[in-house]
Write a protein that binds this ligand. Structure first.
Ligand code: AMP
Ligand code: MG
Length: 400
């Protein structure tokens, strides 16, 4: 059985960056990954402008107080005339500095009439001026290939005149739920049946991680039908994700389905929840498509999706591998009976310490909704309240 950290890196490193890209208007590019560098089309700001409401003049002027006629009024959006010698221009925040002026004195330091302004303070050159290009200069690298476009990126790109960007294509994913007991919410449960919760959770996670889920399906516990779907989907997608049927029971066919339609590269990870996880490739005429088979218990599905699918998708999008980052935090709980496998338990902050959910069964999905994060409990150890345990917040676990 592979160590979690080894398995995670091994799987993620097997992802090769997709070659497909698309060009999108900026308004549709949030969260996408740049497929090429972006260079500023103009200086930002394009011209020197006033940082304050006040008076533009030539500094240093005569010693204060100094009275100057007001020769023009410049509002943001109006081009200024050159400053007449020996005068001041009334100016507002964001308005362009008139040629000839080199400072702005704030209106709080002035006494003004309709025609003149008396400056009560000494004014230094450049004061209250935002210089042309102080944020970005034309031709400067604004955002690099491989960067994910956040809201702030979009603002920055817009500021330097960029209206379209070329981004990596969304990875195309096929999602398969396996289990003869599964039916969809909305249908009435018959004895022996349960609702297919993983499909909704995994599809949403995949979309959160920037993927397009192009095939969604459910298959009963049947080797032939599973093989058939994997083969049918493989060529059209970048990754197949399955849930359930990956353990050793008679009804668990994923391992055999992967080996017999391609290759099984990895199976079983030293982890609770989530031991029965498989990674392999489905072979087809155009090559081979990776498949990550997650365990069916909903908590296991969730945890292993975050641990293994997320970094794999990052790899498909051309992003470098990032190891998991746990931080030591104080435990408010104790564990008296050590586990044979390392365990990721659902925990929540209470009064500055972590508390654990009372039922850590991998079937209890409410524990994940309740939790702020996961604590890593090494195999064969006991934990006393007050000890530190490695912790990862749900937001870090899920964020890209
Ligand atoms: P398996 O990994 O197929 O052995 O499933 C482990 C447990 O998870 C069983 O109790 C299944 O009924 C349950 N399970 C499997 N797939 C799903 C699913 N898609 N939604 C909810 N529960 C599931
Ligand atoms: Mg099953």
């Amino acid at each position: 059985m592979l160590d979690l950290f080894v398995a995670r890196e091994k799987i993620a490193q097997a992802a090769s960056a997709l070659a497909r890209s698309e060009t999108l208007p900026l308004s549709q590019a949030r969260g996408r990954i740049l497929a090429e560098d972006c260079l500023a089309l103009v200086d930002v700001p394009p011209a020197a402008n006033s940082a304050m409401d006040g008076y533009a003049l030539v500094a240093p002027s005569s010693p204060p107080p100094c009275t100057l006629p007001i020769s023009q009024i410049i509002a943001a959006g109006t081009p200024p005339k050159p400053l007449e010698q020996g005068t001041a221009a009334r100016i507002f925040t964001g308005a362009e500095i008139p040629p000839g002026a080199n400072a702005v004195v704030i209106q709080e330091d002035c006494d003004a009439t309709a025609e003149t302004v008396t400056v009560r303070v000494a004014v230094k050159p450049s004061e209250n001026i935002r210089q042309q290009g102080q944020d970005l200069q034309r031709g400067q690298l604004v955002a690099k290939k491989g960067e994910r476009l956040t809201a702030v990126h979009l603002g920055l790109l817009a500021s330097c005149g960029i209206s379209v960007v070329t981004v990596a294509a969304k990875p195309r994913i096929a999602l398969l739920s396996t289990g003869s007991e599964l039916i969809e919410p909305g249908q009435t449960l018959a004895p022996g049946q349960i609702y297919n919760s993983n499909q909704f959770m995994l599809a949403a996670l995949l979309e959160d991680w920037g993927c397009e889920v192009v095939f969604k399906g459910r298959v009963e516990d049947d080797l032939e039908k599973t093989r058939h779907l994997l083969s049918e989907w493989a060529e059209a997608v970048d990754l197949i994700v399955t849930s359930g049927g990956v353990s050793v029971g008679d009804a668990d066919h994923l391992k055999a389905a992967i080996s017999s339609t391609g290759e099984l590269n990895l199976w079983k990870v030293r982890l609770k929840p989530g031991k029965p996880l498989a990674f392999g490739h489905i072979h087809h005429t155009a090559g081979k498509t990776p498949v990550i088979a997650l365990p069916g218990n909903p908590v296991s599905s969730f945890v292993t999706a975050a641990l293994f699918i997320k970094p794999f998708i990052a790899g498909l999008c051309g992003q470098p591998y990032r190891p998991l980052e746990f931080r030591p935090q104080v435990s408010g709980f104790s564990i008296d009976r050590p586990n044979k496998r390392p365990e990721l338990i659902r925990v929540k902050w209470e009064n500055g310490k972590l508390q654990r959910f009372s039922n850590q069964s991998s079937g209890v999905l409410s524990s994940v909704v309740w939790a702020d994060g996961l604590a890593w409990i090494e195999a064969d150890i006991c934990v006393r309240a007050g000890d530190t345990v490695p912790y990862i917040a749900m937001s870090d676990l899920l964020s890209l």
